[in-house]
Design a protein around this ligand. Structure first.
Ligand code: SF4
Length: 265
């Protein structure tokens, strides 16, 4: 049986649930355009921003959002700490200082220096590695399902490099960096997330989206579904989300009444 997951979309102002569903399958990013279009149909306006976790950082979704002018606040490199990345430096042709090598971001899977330590120079269409070496374009490789066109850049300076044991992956004698057609959008999303506005906006996600799930558990006590079957589970979930909105609405009305009472005193 295909996995199922519940989802909610929450408005960024007051935290009301504006769309909810139970989805069959495991392509949450792929189901997101339909969710956003549904919200547009229901409320007559397109979302301006989308805050979502790293699961939604697929290139095709970032493109879909970008094509519609929707700002994506989605962490694209959630598994790699790029905080204070010493590879981001003024002169890319100079090596990262030896004392900063331990701070170079590592890939959690390979344990090697992460691709985020390789900085792209758009004007020259090349990368610079942490040793300040230019990594030139070598060839384009194609993948299918989804269709991906990746430009591959290969370093020609790895032999005798002092960082090679921390940089080269597997038995390879040279380091490669690939750049698919979505990389520019990932870089854009990453840069957006690093701004003060990006941090503030993404910070809201915790209390908006995760808060809704948490409150449904604590307010309504829904920790597991009583029903079985997609349609029945969907109905149960929609009832829970409706109850959540009503409870929230009651709180808003109460707060307005209190404000009015205070203003009349
Ligand atoms: S191994 Fe190659 S790519 Fe890695 S830092 Fe050294 S020269 Fe640069």
């Amino acid at each position: 049986m295909a996995p199922r997951y519940v989802r909610v979309a929450v408005d960024g102002e007051r935290g009301f649930i504006v769309d909810a569903d139970v989805i069959s399958g495991n392509d949450e990013p792929g189901a997101t355009p339909q969710l956003i279009n549904q919200i547009k149909e229901d409320y007559g306006q397109m979302a301006k921003q989308v805050l979502a976790d790293a699961l939604f950082s697929s290139g095709s979704l970032l493109k879909w959002l970008d094509d519609r002018g929707i700002e994506a606040y989605i962490p694209v490199d959630a598994n790699v700490s790029v905080k204070d990345n010493p590879a981001i430096r003024d002169d890319l042709t100079q090596p990262v200082a030896v004392e900063d090598w331990p701070k170079l971001p590592r890939n959690p899977q390979t344990k090697k220096i992460d691709r985020s330590a390789f900085i792209y120079d758009e004007s020259k269409d090349c990368y610079y590695c942490p040793m300040g070496k230019m990594i030139k374009y070598s060839k384009t490789v194609y993948g299918s399902n989804p269709v991906v066109e990746s430009r591959r850049y290969e370093c020609g300076h790895c032999i005798r490099c002092s960082l090679s044991s921390e940089c080269l992956i597997g038995n390879s004698c040279f380091r490669t960096v690939t750049r698919d057609q979505y990389q520019e959008l990932r870089d854009k999303a990453l840069a957006r997330m690093k701004t003060e506005e990006g941090k503030r906006n993404y910070g809201k996600r915790m209390w908006l989206n995760e808060g809704a799930f948490g409150l449904i558990k604590s307010w309504i006590g829904l920790r597991q579904f009583l029903c079985r079957g997609l349609d029945k589970v969907r109905t149960e979930w929609l009832w829970a989300c409706t109850a959540f909105n009503l409870k929230k609405l009651a709180k808003v009305v109460l707060s307005i009444r209190l404000q009015v009472q205070l203003s009349l005193k």
